[in-house]
Design a protein around this ligand. Structure first.
Ligand SMILES: Cc1ncc(COP(=O)(O)O)c(C=O)c1O
Length: 385
């Protein structure tokens, strides 16, 4: 496959999906067919996802955020119950917790995996208990940040000790495994995203996966106005939404699945090249290496002395697109006002949000580009430092 224009001075964006011509033709065929809403392509896409992640049920939806909304609802959330979520993550899981009457409680992350740990979860749980909060009906959302699975055995052990249910926000982790088991095998349900910045895309889109048939039945109905078909009879079993994926998005998704192994192998080779080029640079720290990572984002953490905003601007003048990695949800205006946290317990999340720098990571970055990006980063840091 062609990785596009490889000239030395071309602009390298931070993210860009690869959609091949056969997929574009297949999407066109669906558009021409006259059936464009959820139909046979969505069913085929769900089957392909379930097969790829070796899981029994896959339910395609319009985004991961919609999927998280439905996953919480399927658990029949108890109003005011705590929902433990790592602070350093896109706030979808926290937003949907609020929308379903749960109370977000932010958990600290590890400085190099960027994920919550069994210990950080236990600390957040103990702090809730100390302040007299009831944990009944509580949920833990294990975010697999940037495509690296959270340490699920220790997270599940801590959750189970306190009677909490676990779901996986695997938005960034399609294709990730942990000790050989695919993301989605650890919690009651897991949710993938197919936004264009993810390891594969359907434009917008997501999918809930689970081995629990009753959960799958509940989320299938909730995504489609509450409808459930039983023995050929259509019944309305819940007050549902319209969170369906369209058939042309699913055709795009099927094309992406055909390319997926190649795209993932490319991301992994780019990550390895970044490690080689950036290891030992004194002004940044690298993320934890794992062969099981999807490298949805490659984020380094700049030293406190370096102004990240100025580095992003300096990289742009050198033709390289960079950006912040993610946010510390506990610091966002809404959550800091409505669900205040103790900032002392979330200092790593705050530092990652302030100093994390996402570098280009996609199919059109070539291994040969990485030295140019590393040199630009050294020059930019020296210029602003
Ligand atoms: C951890 C995490 N969860 C959820 C989402 C939301 O995904 P979507 O845009 O498909 O709703 C994102 C998107 O960046 C994410 O990073």
């Amino acid at each position: 496959m062609s990785s596009g224009n490889k000239s030395a001075d071309r602009f390298i964006p931070m993210a860009k999906p690869w959609i091949d011509e056969s997929t574009i033709n297949e999407v066109g065929a669906v558009l021409r067919s006259g059936w464009i809403v959820q139909g046979s392509q969505v069913s085929a896409f769900e089957e392909a996802i379930a097969g790829h992640h070796r899981i029994s049920e896959a339910v395609a939806v319009s985004s991961a955020t919609a999927g998280l909304h439905l996953a919480y609802l399927a658990l029949d959330p108890l109003p005011g119950a705590p929902c433990f979520i790592p602070s350093f993550a896109w706030p979808s899981a926290a937003n949907m917790a609020v929308q379903t009457g749960l109370r977000p409680v932010f958990v600290e992350v590890d400085p190099s995996t960027f994920n919550l740990t069994g210990n950080s979860l236990e600390a957040a749980i103990q702090s809730e208990k100390l302040s007299g909060q009831d944990l009944t009906g509580g949920i833990v959302v294990a975010v697999h940040e940037f495509g690296l699975c959270a340490p699920m055995p220790e997270v599940i052990a801590a959750a189970e000790k306190h009677g909490l249910m676990v779901i996986e926000d695997a938005a960034c982790a399609f294709g990730a495994t942990l000790n050989g088991s695919p993301a989605g095998h650890f919690g009651k349900m897991a949710v993938f995203s197919f936004h264009p910045r993810k390891s594969m895309t359907t434009g917008e889109g997501g999918c809930i996966v689970t081995n629990d048939k009753s959960m799958a039945t509940a989320v299938r109905a909730l995504r489609n106005h509450g409808q459930h078909v039983d023995n050929g009879e259509r019944i309305f079993i819940s007050a549902g939404f319209n969170y369906r994926m369209t058939d042309f998005q699913a055709a795009l998704g099927l094309g992406q699945m055909r390319l997926f192994d190649e795209m993932l192998a490319h991301r992994r080779s780019i990550a390895a090249a970044y490690f080689e080029a950036l290891e030992g640079l004194p002004f940044l720290s690298l993320p934890e290496w794992s062969d099981e990572h999807t490298w949805q984002t490659f984020m380094v953490v700049l030293d406190e002395s370096i102004d990240r905003g100025r580095v992003i601007d300096a990289m742009a003048t050198r033709g390289i697109g960079c950006g912040p990695g993610s946010v510390a949800a506990h610091e966002l205006q809404f959550f800091s006002k409505k669900y205040p946290s103790n900032p002392e317990s979330l200092t790593i999340s705050s530092r990652l949000a302030a100093q994390g720098l996402a570098l280009p990571m996609h199919h059109f970055v070539a291994v040969a580009d990485i030295m140019r990006i590393a040199q630009a980063l050294e020059a930019s840091a020296a210029e602003v430092g």
